[in-house]
Design a protein around this ligand. Structure first.
Ligand code: UTP
Length: 301
């Protein structure tokens, strides 16, 4: 089947994992709905997608699906009260969430892995290229810089090849990520591009020849769905996205490239706290007070 080179208009946000690292909070609240300051993690991710020109967003949810759906739905009683009380700024912030993009919510019946979660979106994505943004990874681009998803979409649109984001990690951390191996070239903007030869799921130090880790941003053409469908359960009995990526690399070629955004692993307790602190320090109403508090605290540590 031939997939024409085209603009990336759709995105999938998998948010159906069990979030065991955040238990007991995630027993009832999906980890993607935990707040960073006053907005759920998911909101930051939807904003990145919208900034990259994505129009349709498929949210793959599991338990707690209603909390995710309700967040992007009209809350009539609340909005009516805010309007009557003249709380226009709050009203506007709720409307902005709703109007940001077309949000389509689907359910992954069982958490059978990231590859499986993405495969659930096939009926909505169809034959179009699409971005994937992991629901627990926050990427903050400077105002004058493109988002990670924007960078990957541009690579796809220019090369016609699926492109994924990578970052270099210390050897002691490769076991936390999918690791990409391949031939590297320097990009004109100072970044690195890799022609992917292999992808290894969470190798221990020394089990891979590189330290290029996948932090959870991808652009694929629709051929990945066929590879996901024929992927057998791998590590932990899950259908791994990395296995389908190896098949894409072999069949049509796969690019990996570095990015310019700041990244927070909000699915990890320390990463979550770091995101809250760093972003609160930049918050117009909280920054000064928090900085003073941290300075006081610093003297006692
Ligand atoms: P993670 O492996 O980080 O999520 O998946 P998890 O399994 O929920 O986390 P822990 O380790 O138990 O704390 C990365 C992203 O993929 C989604 C998750 O929701 C998360 O946003 N995911 C993972 C799915 O949607 N379905 C799955 O079957 C697995």
């Amino acid at each position: 089947m031939v997939f024409p080179m085209s603009k990336v208009r759709k995105a999938v946000i998998p948010a159906a994992g069990l979030g065991t690292r955040f238990l007991p909070a995630t027993k009832t609240v999906p980890k993607e709905m935990l707040p960073i300051i006053d907005r759920p993690i998911l909101m930051y991710i939807v904003e990145e997608a919208v900034r990259a020109g994505i129009e349709d967003i498929v949210l793959v949810a599991g338990r707690g699906k209603h909390a995710i759906e309700d967040f992007f739905d009209v809350s009539y009683e609340l909005e009516d009260k805010l309007a009557r009380d003249g709380k226009d700024a709050w009203l506007e912030s709720l409307r902005k969430i709703r109007d940001a993009a077309n949000i389509i919510s689907i359910r992954q019946m069982r958490p059978l892995g990231l590859g499986h979660a993405i495969g659930c979106a096939k009926p909505i994505i169809g034959n179009e290229p699409f971005a994937v943004l992991l629901g627990d990874e926050i990427m903050i681009a400077d105002k004058d810089k493109p988002t990670v998803t924007g960078q990957l979409a541009r690579s796809f649109e220019q090369s016609g090849m699926s492109t994924v984001a990578v970052m270099e990690v210390p050897a002691s951390e490769t076991h936390k990520y999918g690791i990409v191996e391949g031939e590297t070239t320097a990009m004109p903007d100072g970044g690195t591009r890799i022609r992917v030869g292999n992808v290894i799921e969470k190798p221990t130090a020394g089990q891979s020849s590189s330290r290029w880790a996948l932090p959870g941003r991808y652009v694929f053409d629709a051929s990945i769905f066929g590879h996901i469908a024929s992927t057998k359960p791998g590590k932990n009995g899950e259908i791994q996205l990395t296995d389908a990526m190896v098949a894409v690399a072999k069949e049509k070629g796969l690019l990996a490239q570095t990015f310019t955004s700041r990244r927070f692993d909000a699915g990890d307790k320390l990463g979550y706290l770091q995101a809250n602190i760093e972003l609160a320090l930049e918050h117009p109403e909280l920054g000064t007070a928090l900085r003073q508090y941290l300075q006081t605290l610093g003297k006692t540590l």
